[in-house]
Ligand binder design. Structure first.
Ligand code: SF4
Length: 497
C-alpha cells in the first residue's frame, strides 16, 4: 500500500473536515477488520456489538453492507458496483486506487537519469511482473536506492523476509558520519535524480528507530534530496512520544506514507489506544500478526521455517480466502515471494558497502527474494561515485552484449510450438512467441536460447547459416526478449560469492 493519504491530501482541498474524519475512522475500522479474525467472525454475527466493543466510529447504517462484501476485494478490484457501496468505503477505495495509480505513474516517470540504469531498472520491473506476479509487483516502488543506518535489527521477527541478523552496530550522526552521509546523498541524487529520491528509504534489514539519530538522518535527506523519507517501523510503541513527534515532522515536511508493522493483535489494540485515528491518517498498517487477512512473504526466515514445517504455509494460505481458487492452482507460490522494494542500489552506511539488487521470487539461491547483481565497498563519497560507475558499466547493458551467453531466466520453461515457442512459469503465466511465416526460425532461436550454450553473436551467426537471417535481425529479436526481462541477468554463482 502506498501514498494513499497523499492522494487524500490532494483531494482535501475540496473536502470538508468531516469527510476526512470519516475517512480516518473508516480506515481504523478496516484495520481492525483486516487484522483480527475474531472481530471478522463477530462482525458477521453481531456487527453493532463488534464495532461497539472496539469503539469504532463508523456509520451503523452502513454495517449491513460491509458485512456482505469482502473489503480487501472491493479495494483492490478495478471494477465494482460502486452505487451499492457506502460513501466511506467509496472514498477509501478511491484514495487507495488513486494512490496505486500514482505509484505506478511515478515509478516510471521518476526514473534514473542515466540511460543504462533506467533501461536496467525497466527490465527488472518487466521481469518482476512475470516472475513474482502483478499483485505483488504492483505494490513495489522499485526504489532506485535505499540505505541502512545500522547492522541488524533489534526486533527479531520469526517471519523476517530479509532474515535480519540481531542488531550489532549503529551508524550514529557524528560530525564525521553526517558529512559522509550528506556527501553520499549528493552522489545518489546525481545518479538517480532527486525525484526518484521520493521512494528512497533509510532502512531494509534494519529497524529505523533502533538508531537514536534516525530523525537527524531524515532531516539531512530532506535537505539534500528534497523529500522527507517514508518510514516503516515495527516498534511504534517503544517510545510513542518519539513516534508522534516524527509523524508531526513528516506532516510538516510533506512526508509520504509511513507504516507500522503490526506484530500481534495485542499490539494493534495498544496502537489504537495510543494513537488517534487522525494521528494515524498518514500511517498504513502492515499486519504480520496471526489472524490477519494479510499474507506474509515466503522469503527469509518465514521460508526457512516453512521448509521445516509445511503447515506454516498451509496456515498462511488460509489467510488468503479471496485467492483460494488461484491458490489451488499455483499452490504456495500464490504467497508473495519477496519484500524487496528496490531495483537499484542498497547502501549499508556502517559497513560502507553497496549492492546492486532487484526483487525476485525467493529460492535456494536468493532466499531473501533479492538478486544481488553486484557488490562493493567504498571509502568515501568520491570512491562511491567511482564504484557505482563501474557497477553500471559492468551490469547495466542497454542492449544484449554480443559476447555474453544468452539463456532464458531460470524460472521459465521453454516449449516449442508448431509456429514458434512458448515460455511459462510457476505462476502459470504463458508467453507465446509465434509467427507461422517464421515458425522454424523462431523455434530454432528458442531452442538455442534454451540450451544456454551460445553467445548472442554465435547465435546470430548460426541463424545466418541455417535460416539466412541477417545477424542484425536476430540481435533485434534477442534485444526484444532482453527488454522484456525474459533473459537471464543473474550473476554467475562464482560472481555472487
Ligand atoms: S521484519 Fe523488520 S522489524 Fe522484523 S526482524 Fe525483519 S527487519 Fe526487523
Amino acid at each position: 500500500m502506498s501514498e494513499w493519504i497523499s492522494a487524500t491530501e490532494e483531494r482535501s482541498r475540496d473536502w470538508q473536515l468531516k469527510d476526512l474524519q470519516r475517512l480516518c475512522h473508516f480506515k481504523r475500522f478496516f484495520e481492525r477488520w483486516r487484522a483480527d479474525s475474531e472481530f471478522r467472525e463477530r462482525f458477521q454475527i453481531d456487527p453493532d456489538g463488534a464495532v461497539d466493543q472496539y469503539k469504532l466510529q463508523v456509520d451503523k447504517a452502513d454495517l449491513a453492507r460491509y458485512r456482505e462484501v469482502d473489503l480487501v476485494q472491493i479495494l483492490t478490484r478495478r471494477e465494482c458496483d460502486e452505487c451499492r457501496l457506502p460513501q466511506a468505503l467509496l472514498d477509501f477505495r478511491r484514495c487507495f486506487q488513486d494512490a496505486q495509480r500514482q505509484l505506478r505513474w511515478e515509478r516510471h516517470h521518476y526514473a534514473p537519469k542515466d540511460p543504462r540504469f533506467r533501461a536496467w531498472r525497466e527490465r527488472q520491473i518487466a521481469r518482476a511482473y512475470s516472475e513474482i506476479g502483478s499483485v505483488r509487483a504492483d505494490e513495489i516502488p522499485f526504489a532506485t536506492a535505499n540505505y541502512e543506518l545500522a547492522e541488524g535489527c533489534s526486533v527479531g521477527c520469526w517471519f523476517c523476509g530479509v532474515s535480519a541478523p540481531p542488531l550489532r552496530n549503529l551508524f550514529l550522526h557524528t560530525q564525521e558520519n553526517a558529512a559522509l552521509w550528506r556527501d553520499v546523498l549528493e552522489v545518489m541524487v546525481e545518479l538517480c535524480g532527486a525525484e526518484s529520491g521520493r521512494y528512497h528509504f533509510l532502512y531494509n534489514a534494519t529497524e529505523p528507530f533502533d538508531n537514536p539519530d534516525y530523525e537527524e538522518f531524515c532531516l539531512d535527506f530532506y535537505q539534500v534530496v528534497g523529500y522527507f523519507p517514508r518510514t516503516t517501523t515495527a516498534i511504534p510503541l517503544k517510545d510513542p512520544a518519539r513516534i508522534r513527534a516524527f509523524l508531526e515532522l513528516g506532516d510538516r515536511l510533506g512526508g509520504g506514507i509511513d507504516r507500522f508493522s503490526i506484530l500481534s493483535r495485542t499490539m494493534l489494540d495498544r496502537v489504537h489506544q495510543e494513537f488517534t485515528a487522525e494521528e494515524m491518517s498518514r500511517v498504513w498498517c502492515v499486519f504480520m500478526n496471526d489472524g490477519a487477512y494479510f499474507p506474509k512473504a515466503n522469503a527469509g526466515r518465514f521460508r526457512d521455517r516453512a521448509e521445516q514445517r509445511p503447515e506454516v504455509i498451509r496456515k498462511e494460505l488460509g489467510h488468503y480466502p479471496p485467492l483460494s481458487k488461484a491458490a489451488k492452482m499455483v499452490g504456495p507460490r500464490i504467497l508473495p515471494g519477496t519484500i524487496c522494494c528496490t531495483a537499484g542500489f542498497e547502501l549499508n552506511m556502517v559497513r560502507q558497502e553497496v549492492q546492486l539488487v532487484s526483487p525476485c521470487y525467493a529460492d535456494d539461491r536468493w532466499p531473501t527474494g533479492k538478486i544481488i547483481h553486484a557488490q562493493a565497498s567504498f571509502r568515501d563519497a568520491e570512491d562511491l561515485r567511482k564504484v557505482l560507475h563501474v557497477i553500471i558499466e559492468e551490469q547495466m547493458d542497454v542492449t544484449i552484449p554480443t559476447h555474453r551467453l544468452v539463456r532464458f531466466r531460470r524460472d521459465l520453461r521453454f516449449m516449442t510450438l508448431p509456429d514458434g515457442f512458448e515460455l511459462s512459469n510457476h505462476l502459470h503465466r504463458r508467453l507465446g512467441v509465434r509467427n507461422t511465416t517464421f515458425a522454424s526460425y523462431l523455434a530454432e532461436v528458442g531452442q538455442l536460447i534454451d540450451s544456454g550454450s551460445l553467445t548472442a553473436q554465435e547465435m546470430a551467426d548460426q541463424l545466418l547459416q541455417s535460416h539466412a537471417v541477417f545477424p542484425a535481425e536476430t540481435m533485434g529479436f534477442l534485444n526484444r526478449l532482453f527488454r522484456q526481462g525474459l533473459l537471464n541477468e543473474e550473476p554467475s554463482s562464482t560472481e555472487s560469492e
